[in-house]
Ligand binder design. Structure first.
Ligand code: FES
Ligand code: FES
Length: 170
């Protein structure tokens, strides 16, 4: 993966499983700007730009993180996964498949954050109950009010992922 943007510092990291080296990335660029503008990864969305809505969520070393407030250079050498790397048509991540099954979207702008936050939760706790899911997603805002459908989708994904987890453990 290569790109150029005519600024000062080189940057090396892993994005969606691929080594990514750029010759020059502005010191002040956020991870969100870097992903969207330099790599063309438009799954993460710009909502508030203040770390308060969750629309820009990605995974950094498996942990959900708000890419609008993380400097791109702050993740040098680390492993970043965006919505594009989580799954794709024909091989959806269970959380993405559950959102599709539950029709959990209106405008869809918040969905990147909801899906990435939920996927990180269920990766570390596939048995997460409703209260745990509500707590985890409480900082992700949906201006369309699709919260009930989103909760339904994540609970569906939890059922599937916990069953799969138990099959592997058997
Ligand atoms: S755009 Fe990053 S938290 Fe709102
Ligand atoms: S579906 Fe529109 S912001 Fe959530």
């Amino acid at each position: 993966m290569t790109a150029s943007c005519g600024a000062e510092q080189p940057l090396h990291l892993q994005v969606n499983g691929q080594a990514c080296s750029l010759a020059s990335v502005p010191r002040e660029a956020s991870l969100l700007q870097f992903l969207r503008n330099d790599l063309g990864l438009n799954g993460p969305k710009y909502g508030c730009g203040l770390g308060q809505c969750g629309a820009c969520t990605v995974h950094v070393d498996g942990v959900a993180a708000r890419s609008c407030v993380i400097p791109a250079h702050g993740v040098a050498g680390r492993d970043v996964i965006t919505l594009e790397g989580l799954g794709s048509r024909g091989r959806w991540h269970p959380v993405q498949a559950a959102f599709e099954d539950a029709q959990a979207a209106q405008c869809g702008y918040c969905l990147n954050g909801m899906v990435m936050q939920a996927a990180a939760l269920l990766a570390r706790d596939p048995h997460a109950n409703e209260a745990r899911i509500r707590s985890e997603l409480s900082g992700n805002l949906c201006r369309c009010g699709t919260h009930i459908e989103i909760l339904d989708a994540v609970q569906r994904a939890a059922v599937r992922m916990s069953a799969s987890h138990e099959d592997k453990a058997a």
